[in-house]
Design a protein around this ligand. Structure first.
Ligand SMILES: CCCC(=O)Oc1ccc([N+](=O)[O-])cc1
Length: 349
């Protein structure tokens, strides 16, 4: 009850701030994006990989058609940029100019993970470590001043592939033979800590870290580990300790970096994924892809039929969400309904 009242107050406060801000311009001078396919906006188009989606029906609802976004329309960073009132496109790193390091770059890559080996069976990908190296080179070559870097927003979505395309995959991966769920989560969080430190050293002071969603409820994992119905409970159980430890890691960063006004927030994609919330939001198909996916695959088959009522589907293909679901996530993250300790709006103000 108290929790609900607090959230309602927070919502009212956030709405008031948004209205007050409405008369002003862009909320941050720059926006940097790191992560996997959920955030990729075209980096993988330039790589030798099976994880690329620059073909129809991807982008069927996007103004520029198939751009390499793993969705039918806008992805989460697109909606975040909109909330930030950024009027230009954040370019994918593989096509960004040095000058664009002053206003924002998207480094995310489909298949990327915290571990270098993750998704190796798919081909090339830009791991999280390599994304940070690319960011370092870009801001240094461009000479972006530290005073500006600390005002930028940084969003990160990484970790899903360390489960989907590593732990829950057979050969060449051996992680599930060597680690329990808890040990694997610890192992991943250890690398996450050092990568977050690197970003901090590079000037990041407003950071939103997205947790891993209920991967056991993706059509892909329902088919491979869930017996074809419900959710794959084992997969969700594996992801839970990772999210818990990631949330704790964010608290740790908030404690140690309080002196220089750094702010980190955790975006919980796991807890809000439940049938009642989906129903309230108008999502009626929560366990099937909207596009045609061939048996044993995860991405949409090229030029095959898609569902007409895309706003009712949570999943676009067998792992990635629809534009409609992406929009809901961003609205909730800006309002503080799925973030801890603060909303993305408060992070950037
Ligand atoms: C939440 C998923 C993050 C991600 O990068 O997922 C992918 C999973 C599979 C493929 N693929 O098979 O090509 C690509 C991305």
């Amino acid at each position: 009850m108290a929790d609900k009242m607090f959230k309602a107050l927070l919502w009212a406060f956030a709405t008031a701030v948004v209205m007050a801000e409405a008369v002003r311009g862009q909320l941050v001078p720059c926006y940097f994006v790191f992560g996997d396919s959920v955030f990729d906006n075209g980096n993988n188009n330039e790589l030798d990989t099976l994880a690329k989606v620059n073909y129809s029906p991807y982008g069927i609802d996007f103004a520029r058609g198939p751009t390499g976004r793993f969705s039918n329309g806008r992805n989460i960073p697109d909606f975040i940029a909109e909330e930030l009132r950024i009027s230009y496109d954040i370019p994918p790193f593989t096509r960004a100019s040095t000058e664009q390091a002053h206003t924002g770059i998207n480094y995310a890559s489909g298949g990327a993970g915290l571990l270098e080996e993750t998704s190796q069976h798919l081909g090339e990908r830009i791991s999280f470590e390599k994304q940070i190296t690319n960011h370092r080179k870009m801001i240094m070559t461009a000479g972006v001043p530290p005073e500006k870097l600390k005002k930028c927003l940084y969003t990160i979505n990484i970790g899903s592939n360390d489960y989907l395309n590593n732990y829950f995959m057979p050969a060449p991966y051996t992680t599930n033979e060597n680690f329990s769920f808890d040990e694997y989560a610890d192992f991943l969080i250890q690398s996450y800590r050092s990568y977050l430190k690197s970003l901090y050293v590079l000037g990041a002071r407003k950071v939103a870290v997205f947790g891993v969603s209920k991967l056991g409820c993706t059509p892909r994992m329902i088919a491979s580990h869930g017996g074809g119905k419900g959710c794959a409970t084992e997969v969700n159980k594996a992801v839970e300790p990772f999210n818990k430890k990631l949330k704790d890691l964010i608290s740790e960063f908030n404690r140690i970096s309080v002196v220089d006004h750094a702010k980190f927030t955790f975006v919980d994609l796991f807890s809000s994924q439940n049938p009642i919330e989906y129903f309230i939001l108008g999502f009626t198909v929560t366990d099937k892809s909207c596009c045609t996916v061939e048996s044993g695959q995860e991405l949409c088959a090229a030029n095959k039929p898609v569902c007409p009522n895309r706003e009712r589907y949570v999943y676009w293909d067998n792992v990635h969400s629809t534009e409609a679901a992406n929009k809901v996530v961003v609205k909730a993250a800006f309002a503080g309904l799925i973030t801890s300790p603060i909303s993305i709006l408060l992070l950037v103000l």
